[in-house]
Ligand binder design. Structure first.
Ligand code: 13P
Ligand code: SF4
Length: 314
């Protein structure tokens, strides 16, 4: 006799799943938001696919009472903070972000006590509790603008991504107090990967995310948020593109640019957390109306201030 338990049957074929998700979406008046790194079929079933800033704006503006957020945990928390009266469902509660886990609220308080009077600028890749301890948030799309909006005489603590912070320092000429956080996915891309692919594809456009370390960002043609990368690729007449970011990005780029070839700079630039969501889990979330993001009113109020300041500026 087999020692294995027969798994729960999956809910049907891809097409079947999509139509059942559609029915439940209608029944609950739900909207599906997905990040640019989600697996292809999740992007394809979503009502909107975008970067962190665009997803925050959508979450804040939507009239739908239910948001199914396909991304990682901090992004769904941001949706809840910006739309606290709505039900924010996540297909898989385990979709975390290791960079976000590198900083805690206690650590923010410790840094503030070390640098009294400094403005705390926190990348949205952080928990809602960390945002609640911060003065203003930023995303990869607006980090330069946010830092430029702070008077030159004020000290700035930039959390938690040391590479995005370093990128902002080089763009603005400001000196920031940086933290040691990083994205374990983007640090896998080496400058030598870019050199190798440029040699093989000398006419290609090279795009990279500002979470990449400086030697990679410095040799890219475009360093930008995921959605700005998509816009730059669409606008470019280059037919080959070397992609210096998470591999999921290639699905959207290929869909929007059927005549172009996309070359990953690094085959292991794969964020496992972004990949745990699936059509089955979206369906189950809509069937069960769970897992749901819940946050305390204090955390919502604190994080909201830092996010609202960001949204006013960007
Ligand atoms: P974007 O805001 O540029 O989409 O980036 C989010 C992210 O987690 C990158 O690793
Ligand atoms: Fe976090 Fe990096 Fe994954 Fe983005 S790619 S969610 S920063 S681990």
């Amino acid at each position: 006799m087999s020692a294995f338990i027969t798994p729960t049957p999956v809910h049907g074929s891809g097409l079947d799943l999509v139509s059942r998700i559609g029915e439940l979406k209608k029944r609950h008046d739900a909207i599906i938001l997905a990040h640019n790194y989600q697996i292809g079929e999740v992007q394809d079933v979503a009502d909107f696919v975008g970067d962190s800033l665009e997803l925050s704006r959508h979450a804040a503006a939507t009239d739908h009472p239910v948001i199914v957020f396909c991304g990682v945990h901090f992004m769904a928390e941001t949706a809840k903070v910006l739309s606290p009266g709505k039900t924010v469902l996540v297909p898989d509660l385990h979709a975390g972000c290791p960079m976000s886990d590198m900083i805690s609220p206690e650590e923010v308080r410790r840094l503030r006590s070390l640098h009294p009077g400094a403005v705390v600028v926190t990348y949205v890749n952080s928990s809602a509790a960390v945002k609640a301890e911060s003065d203003i948030c930023c995303t990869s799309a607006n980090a330069v603008r946010i830092v430029e909006s702070i008077p030159a005489h004020q000290k700035i603590i930039f959390l938690p991504d040391q590479y995005l912070g370093d990128f902002v320092q080089r763009k603005t000429g400001r000196s920031l107090i940086l933290y040691s956080g990083f994205c374990p996915t983007h640090v896998r891309i080496m400058a030598s990967d870019i050199f190798r692919e440029r040699k093989a594809h000398p006419d290609a456009l090279v795009i990279a995310h500002p979470e990449c370390p400086a030697p990679v960002a410095e040799c890219a043609d475009v360093v930008a948020s995921t959605s700005r990368m998509a816009r730059e690729v669409l606008a470019s007449d280059k037919t080959e593109v070397i992609v210096g970011t998470e591999l999921g990005m290639i699905h959207r780029l290929s869909r929007e640019n059927p005549g172009k070839t996309f070359i990953p700079a690094c085959q292991s630039c794969d964020c496992a957390n972004m990949k745990v969501n699936s059509l089955e889990k979206i369906l189950w979330a809509l069937e069960d109306m769970a897992p749901e993001i819940t946050l305390s009113p204090d955390v919502i109020a604190g994080a909201r201030k830092a996010l609202d300041r960001m949204l006013e500026i960007s």
